[in-house]
Design a protein around this ligand. Structure first.
Ligand code: NAD
Length: 315
């Protein structure tokens, strides 16, 4: 890994692209939200390198279309779609029950800044889909993952986690809701979860690597699926002017999923303080995301809300 003059971690892999992914024959990846944007590009790149890919999609038709697009480019690809609605913990349970083998789980799916609405269990949607659904999925797949080869959990966050706060006093925005604030909350929860998972896996000597990735800014469906009105319009313009494409945006999570130079507990993505685009780099998360008390509180709350336990002791 290179180091910048300030002593900060620097660009890990300048010029690294999906073409640098090694052969992945015999390895199995699950990618949530695999039918669109970064998730689709992740599935496409992995399948192109011979991996077995489970493209998890909320909508089976969109999942099947995405598989067809990948097969059109890679006729020998081993890719299948399965239904997963992260806004319903029962769907997470059914999906996980059908998985008997996996090496890498990419917690990618997400929703950004929709009008306030709730999940099947009544939780605020962004927190439910982006954090709780992935928390539950990871918990349910932990045993299967631990039998994998070089097993990893890659959780996709956003540089906007730096603006986040976990509103323990109003976790679901029932009293005061801000679409952007609760998106940032969910993305901070991703970071706190990924780091705490890393610590607990190490402490309990479970041989799974937990890594975080963020894409910077990429033009995908994210900016039109959730936002409405003027916000949606502004994002449409901004996508044209400032965003990278989804293929480039997927590189950090691909790197986190396959590179041998990645360590557990790292956050991989462009250095968002300077640039929202670029090659995979090890960057620093918000300092308070490392807070152990915060992590324990979020973990306990998430276990309670999902009615699941990882069975991993904390220090
Ligand atoms: N695009 C960006 O600039 C950007 C920036 C920072 C972080 N991210 C993160 O990247 C990830 C991927 O987003 P994207 O940009 O590819 O957006 P996208 O909208 O193209 O893809 C999001 C995927 O999540 C899926 N999804 C949404 N709700 C779901 C649910 N209830 N159950 C299952 N799947 C569901 C969608 O169907 C879609 O496949 C998200 O976690 C997002 O927060 C994106």
């Amino acid at each position: 890994m290179s180091t910048t003059p300030e002593g900060e971690p620097g660009v890990t892999a300048p010029g690294w692209t999906a073409a640098d992914i090694p052969a992945l024959d015999g390895r199995t990846f699950i990618v949530t939200g695999g039918n669109s944007g970064l998730g689709f590009e992740t599935c496409r790149a992995l399948a192109g390198k011979g991996a077995q890919v489970v493209l998890a999609a909320r909508d089976p038709e969109k999942g099947a279309e995405a598989v067809e697009r990948i097969r059109a480019e890679h006729p020998d690809a081993t890719v299948e779609t399965r239904v997963l609605d992260l806004a319903d913990l029962d769907s997470v349970e059914v999906f996980a029950a059908g998985i008997h083998e996996v090496d890498v789980l990419v917690n990618n799916a997400g929703v950004m800044m929709p009008p306030r609405t709730t999940s099947a269990q009544g939780y605020e949607l962004q927190f439910a889909v982006n954090h709780l659904g992935h928390f539950a999925l990871t918990a349910r797949l932990l045993d299967v993952l631990s039998q994998g080869a070089d097993p990893r959990v890659v959780t996709v966050t956003s540089f906007l986690h730096r603006r986040g706060r976990i509103h323990f006093d109003d976790l679901h925005g029932e009293h005061k809701y801000s679409r952007t604030g609760y998106y940032s909350q969910s993305k901070l929860a991703n970071v706190v979860f990924g780091l705490e998972l890393h610590r607990r896996l190490r402490l309990n000597t479970v041989p799974i690597t937990s890594v975080l990735a963020h894409p910077g800014y990429a033009a995908t469906n994210l900016q039109s699926a959730g936002p409405t009105g003027i916000m949606k319009l502004a994002m449409k313009v901004s996508n044209r002017l400032a965003a990278q494409d989804a293929e480039m945006g997927a590189l950090p999570q691909l790197y986190a999923a396959v590179s041998q130079d990645v360590d557990g507990g790292q956050l991989i993505g462009p250095d968002g303080r300077k640039e929202q685009k670029g090659y995979p780099t090890v960057v620093h998360p918000l300092e308070s995301a490392r807070d152990r008390e915060l992590a324990k509180r979020l973990w306990d709350t998430s276990e309670e809300l999902t009615e699941l336990s990882f069975g991993l002791a904390a220090r």
